[in-house]
Design a protein around this ligand. Structure first.
Ligand code: 2P0
Length: 327
């Protein structure tokens, strides 16, 4: 039976990816670094059969939307071509992540699909090759393949062969926590893909962003190596604020933030003034992710729950690599 099941966890970038140098191959303008989230995951089961009917792609029991469907097909076609196989595929994904809310559903989903699909056809790929495959479903997915604290290497090769993620440290390296304030778990109006395209093409701040990334990558790498929360948190906040600043400089301008996003940012600063080390980062959505130490999770969770407009709060530690599950 040509089938396999895999699990992958979502991730949050500490140094953000925002913009592509190649849309088709999903090659980034810059490198990025993330922490994998143990608490947020997607499972994918992939089954290949003989025959030439259409592929079936389901997410959470319903047919995948056009964008997810197209991107899944791209990953399946790459796997089929590597394996010299031309049959049809059936893909089912499920997990505990709201879709398109900036909580990394596509990162976990495409990491799980790439892992399961390559295993189902018996391809013996390296972790880097699976990561490059996941990247072509969704850029941030490449970082969920090695898991832990991962760096997506920007790469230079026009074919993208050197653009994949590597594990800087495993999840056991640092018991950091990410407390997520859910402000809105609905699908965002501007997808990440469109948002970063519009920004890279039209934002008057985009060049400044691109030039600022190298320093943040160095800072984040060093802070992770030293387990230095102050250095990590400050770099992660700068990266997030600068990424979001580029959206205001786009034409037409846009923002992923809601009023409660700003209220949470303000509460995080109040926490810091009170001596709790907490630092905020925000992805392509209104929800805020707060980095802190395990012993301060209770204080941070309570503070975020208290902010008007926060619907829910959930906490995660660092998560593992994507892996094939027993049949
Ligand atoms: C990141 N984000 O580094 C950045 C920060 C959102 C903000 O990667 O077009 O779903 O599929 O490569 O990976 C979200 O965008 O976009 C993302 P595509 P993706 O995590």
């Amino acid at each position: 039976m040509r089938s396999a099941r895999a699990i992958a966890h979502s991730n949050v970038a500490l140094a953000k990816y925002w913009g592509k140098r190649d849309e088709r191959l999903v090659l980034p303008e810059t490198g990025s670094i993330s922490i994998t989230l143990d608490a947020l995951w997607t499972e994918a089961s992939v089954r290949f059969g003989e025959g030439d009917g259409p592929d079936l792609i389901e997410v959470g029991g319903a047919p995948a939307g056009p964008s997810d469907g197209r991107r899944t097909l791209r990953v399946l076609d790459l796997v089929r071509s590597m394996a010299g196989f031309s049959g049809t595929a059936e893909v089912h994904c499920w997990g505990n992540l709201p879709l398109g809310a900036g909580l990394g559903s596509s990162a976990a989903g495409f990491a799980a699909i790439a892992t399961a699909a390559s295993a189902a056809l018996g391809l013996r790929l390296t972790e880097a090759e699976v990561s490059a495959l996941a990247r072509q479903g969704s850029g941030s997915a490449c970082r969920s393949v090695p898991g832990g604290f991962a760096e997506w290497l920007c790469g230079r090769a026009p074919d993208g062969s050197d653009s994949y993620a590597v594990r800087l440290f495993g999840p056991e390296h640092w018991d950091l926590r990410v407390v997520i304030a859910i402000v809105n778990s609905g699908r965002k109006e501007v997808s990440s893909r469109l948002g970063m395209r519009r920004t890279a093409e039209s934002s008057v701040f985009y060049d400044a962003w691109r030039l600022s990334v190298e320093r943040e990558l160095r800072e984040v790498r060093q802070a992770l190596a030293d387990r230095d929360l102050t250095r990590l948190g400050e770099a992660a906040e700068r990266s997030a604020m600068r990424m979001h600043a580029t959206t205001l400089g786009a034409d037409p301008p846009f923002s992923y933030w809601l009023p409660a996003t700003l209220a949470v940012l303000s509460r995080v600063r109040v926490l810091r003034r009170g001596g709790t080390e907490a630092y905020a980062t925000i992805d392509a959505g209104p929800n805020v992710k707060v980095l802190c130490r395990p012993q301060e999770v209770g204080v941070v969770e309570a503070a975020l729950r208290d902010v008007q407009g926060v619907e829910d709060v959930l906490t995660s530690g660092p998560g593992p690599a994507a892996r094939v599950l027993p049949a």
